[in-house]
Design a protein around this ligand. Structure first.
Ligand code: DOR
Length: 444
């Protein structure tokens, strides 16, 4: 049994039901029991949400939990603790584990560990190919039966177009999407950052924006041919956003995500750090794949997010050990530990008047749920409808805080945002009726 909780007098924003009003939310038996003004709830724990926003818990369709096999970077307990701190009540676990999640037994392991140790819901994503090697299809039917909600070789593209075509055809039998990491590696060979003036200045090999566009265009053509669903992971370029927009307009089953970092940060960060400075930083914590791009690309991603071309925000939380970043830029691992900064970073877009808060919340809740059809696994997920699971986040959009990576719950301290002040705080997270995070920061 979980506690009875009443969340009083917050601004409740539920994008799925278009609800936006001051109200109380009553939680009973792990579900939303009632929403309305002046609810009576004897013996319930009271949470005062005056001045706060109350929204459905965020859903991340792109999380690297690193478990099994890479627990020195993250494990299911630490990764889901980080998720709770970031306001996420569901995370979809990417399969680039060791071994890869390319067979039923690894999925069973992840679900078992999650049941025993996770703070929030974990939904597994199976690999497209055996060992993520891009040669032979994994047993997608078996993976689907074991509980995978999508397939991806993320970290690597499905570079063989015929394998991708067969994967799309096979996955469509189960009505599941292929999530592709879109990168033409013949164009991006040995690249460590975005190709542009910064890569030239730093003397580092760059990946041209065209490497993403080429892969996205191929995937759209194949999805159209197969009548299948492709989901484009971490869109980062103007051309990719445009390609997705055009494909959606002619009815192709394509959905897309963008990360908080690709929506807010540019390649200049690699050179000068997020706090800016004169000295060249060569900040390995800003090394990520796809790389941080130009301001024009960022603007296009934000426009795509605003108009729905980009269905959802996904963190691509990619935790690494200190040693994997404390080295030469060329040698450093790709990835940003993103769960705990996602909301604060995305709030920049709201604070700068580029998107509305309800739109941001939609892209973190109902957006990912609809993009990947997650409500067939968890009815009511991403909403605050009565009888939906009590996955709830309490947000203070105006609270400022300084990013201190050493205090992350994630084992991955690899963020370029250390020392940066963000405006927008996750005050508390409730997952399936349990309080799984309380910020401890005095609230309004
Ligand atoms: O930067 C990245 N890190 N991009 C990816 O696609 C994979 C990820 C990882 O697993 O570290």
């Amino acid at each position: 049994m979980t506690e009875r909780i009443i969340i009083r007098t917050g601004r409740v924003i539920d994008s799925a039901t278009k609800f936006d009003a001051i109200a109380d939310v009553l939680v009973e038996d792990g579900r939303i029991a009632a929403i309305g003004a002046g609810l009576v709830a004897d013996s319930a724990r009271e949470i005062d949400a005056r001045g706060l926003v109350v929204a459905p818990g965020f859903v991340d369709v792109h999380t690297h939990l690193r478990d099994p096999g890479l627990e020195y970077k993250e494990d299911i307990a630490s990764g889901t603790r980080a998720a709770a701190r970031g306001g996420f009540t569901t995370v979809c676990a990417m399969p680039n584990t060791e071994p890869a999640m390319d067979n039923r037994s690894v999925v069973e392991y992840v679900l078992r560990e999650a049941a025993a140790r996770a703070r929030v819901r974990v939904l597994p994503i199976g690999a497209v190919s055996k060992g993520r090697a891009g040669k032979e299809l994994a047993e997608l039917g078996d993976l689907a039966a074991a509980g995978c909600i999508a397939f991806s070789d993320d970290g690597a593209p499905v570079w063989d177009a015929t394998l991708m075509r067969r994967a799309l055809e096979y996955a469509s039998i189960f009505d599941l999407p292929i999530i592709d990491h879109c990168e033409d590696r013949s164009l991006a060979k040995d690249a460590v950052m975005h190709e542009g003036w910064v890569s030239t200045r730093l003397g580092l090999r760059g990946a041209p924006a065209a490497a993403e566009e080429a892969a996205v265009s191929r995937d759209i053509a194949l999805a159209e041919t197969a009548g299948a669903h492709v989901h484009i992971a971490h869109v980062s370029t103007r051309a990719a956003v445009d390609a997705v927009r055009r494909a959606k307009a002619r009815g192709v089953r394509v959905t897309a995500e963008a990360t908080p970092h690709h929506l807010t940060l540019t390649h200049e960060i690699v050179a000068f750090g997020a706090l800016g400075g004169e000295e060249l930083a060569y900040d390995t914590n800003a090394k990520v794949n796809p790389p941080l791009r130009s301001q024009d690309d960022v603007d296009a991603c934000v426009a795509g997010l605003a108009d729905g071309t980009i269905d959802c925000i996904a963190t691509d939380h990619a935790p690494h050990a200190v040693i994997e970043k404390l080295c030469e830029f060329d040698e450093a691992a790709f990835g940003i530990s993103g769960l705990e900064t996602a909301f604060g970073l995305c709030m920049r877009l709201v604070n700068e008047g580029r998107i509305e808060l309800p739109t941001l919340i939609a892209r973190l809740t109902v957006g990912p749920v609809c993009a990947l059809g997650l409500d067939r696994y968890v009815p009511g997920i991403g909403t605050l409808a009565v009888s939906a699971p009590a996955d709830i986040v309490l947000l203070d959009p105006s609270a400022e805080w300084v990013v201190e990576p050493e205090r992350f719950a994630s084992k991955g301290k690899n963020t370029p945002l250390g020392g940066v002040t963000l405006k927008g705080l996750v005050v508390a997270t409730i997952a399936q009726g349990r309080v799984v995070h309380e910020s401890g920061v005095p609230v309004a």
